[in-house]
Design a protein around this ligand. Structure first.
Ligand SMILES: [Zn+2]
Length: 438
């Protein structure tokens, strides 16, 4: 009896699940082994692997790949039930095929199979494969999707798993074809034990239960890393990297601050935040609200202050559109200012509201006098690109200076000589100490 005949007899012969032979014992096309087909399966033998049966969906996939001449080679096991009792598998010389009723049969091999095995096969969070190993759309890498995640491999990055909310964010950004590239790590617990992350070729995604998953990349990521990642005062990211309103800068928000970047300034860490609301009676005519807010971000970042643009609202208040600001002195407001600044509409107590009006009476670019408990400023339609940052600077406690290089120049922000204008250290300290930065 051949080894194939012995295996067939062990499996019950013609009365077993294989049924009657449909071929004789033949030399396999690769010239190395032997095989025999039966009504419901096959037995393959080679000198190094011995004789093993394959049948059903697993055999069909193996056949589709090219039998023993495929990368899978000869079976090293009979079809076997998995330890969890749900699935079935054959190991082959060059990989494994796993099958369950819900997932069908899929092959896993090479470094991806090695990582899956190291995680605990189907009993790991990954579960069973949902795909064969496949080439990525960019042609560089390989992947298997699993029930509970994915494993991606490239020659330069090796095999790493991605799962859960981090995998979901990566997928929404475009997988490996996004700016993130391929994973460089498995999902890993952060040193503080709170969060999880994957590093990618060009970015990282960090997740915590309270913040969700957000990507950090480029110069912002480099600064955050240099500060100590999530153990820095910034904590975890609470946003992806965002563009400033005018597209000239970038920023990421964190639990306890933000990082701003622009070509002019590089990356700057902001330890406090102004929460800004815009309420618009008349839209500006010279510089857009987006330009004004973006310029505020640019100058304030040099004082370690970020800007959170929380809300926008149009107000139809024609009687207040040419706003009587009187002498516009801090601590002294007119009836019209009191009336206008009463329209906070749910804005939090320490949030700053900028009201965009047609003009002030007498005519200024803006006025930052506000009634107690309603931190506000008015900015007129013809204001300069720096008026909003300047007026909110007053709200945060800054007085005028006699220096047209500085944001708080008393000579008119249209006359600023070196944009972006400076905020000096003592001014930054005042702003950071304001109740309206937090
Ligand atoms: Zn001023």
């Amino acid at each position: 009896m051949s080894d194939i005949d012995v295996k067939y007899a062990q499996l019950g012969g013609a009365g077993g699940f294989l049924g009657a032979a449909t071929t004789g014992e033949n030399v396999a096309p690769d010239g190395i082994g032997h095989y025999r087909h039966y009504q419901n399966g096959s037995i393959y033998w080679s000198p190094s692997t011995g004789a093993h049966e394959s049948h059903g969906a697993i055999r069909a996939l193996w056949a589709a790949k090219g039998w023993e001449r495929s990368f899978l080679g000869y079976p090293m096991t009979d079809e076997t039930g998995t330890p969890d009792g749900v699935g079935r598998y054959n190991h082959f010389q060059g990989g494994s095929i796993y099958w369950t009723p819900s997932t069908g049969a899929h092959e896993v091999h090479g470094a991806i199979r090695g990582l899956w095995a190291a995680k605990g096969w189907e009993r790991s969070f990954l579960g069973y494969p949902l795909t064969d190993e496949s080439t990525t759309p960019d042609g560089v890498g390989r992947y298997n999707h699993f029930q509970g995640g994915s494993i991606y491999w490239t020659p330069s990055t090796g095999a790493h798993e991605v799962h859960g909310a981090i995998r979901y964010l990566w997928s929404t950004l475009g997988w490996e074809r996004s700016f993130l590239g391929y994973p460089l790590t498995d999902e890993t617990t952060t040193p503080d034990g709170v969060g999880r992350y994957n590093h990618f070729q060009n970015a990282s995604i960090y997740w915590t239960p309270s913040t969700g998953a957000h990507e950090v990349h480029g110069a912002i990521r480099a600064l955050w890393a240099s500060m100590g990642w999530e153990r820095s005062f910034l904590g975890y990211p609470t946003s992806n990297e965002l563009s400033t309103e005018d597209g000239t800068g970038r920023y990421s928000e964190f639990q306890h601050g933000s990082i701003y970047w622009s070509p002019a300034t590089g990356a700057l860490a902001c330890r406090e935040t102004v929460r800004l609301h815009i309420k618009c009676l008349t839209a500006p005519t010279r510089f857009s609200i987006n330009t004004m807010i973006s310029n505020m971000r640019l100058t304030y970042a040099t004082a370690q202050i970020g800007v959170k643009y929380v809300s926008f609202e149009n107000l139809n208040l024609p009687d207040l559109n040419d706003l009587d600001v009187g002498a516009c002195t801090m601590g002294s407001t007119t009836a019209e200012q009191n009336q206008l600044y009463g329209n906070r509409n749910g804005v939090a107590a320490n949030d700053v509201v900028v009201y965009m009006v047609r003009s002030t009476v007498p005519p200024y670019n803006g006025c930052a006098a506000y009634p107690s408990g309603r931190p506000s400023a008015a900015v007129v339609a013809g204001a300069s690109a720096w008026t909003m940052a300047h007026e909110v600077g007053h709200v945060l406690g800054l007085p005028h200076v006699n220096d047209s290089n500085r944001l708080m120049t008393g000579g008119g922000t249209d006359n600023i000589t070196n944009p972006p204008p400076d905020i000096i250290g003592s001014e930054a300290a005042t702003m950071l100490a304001s109740p309206f930065t937090n």
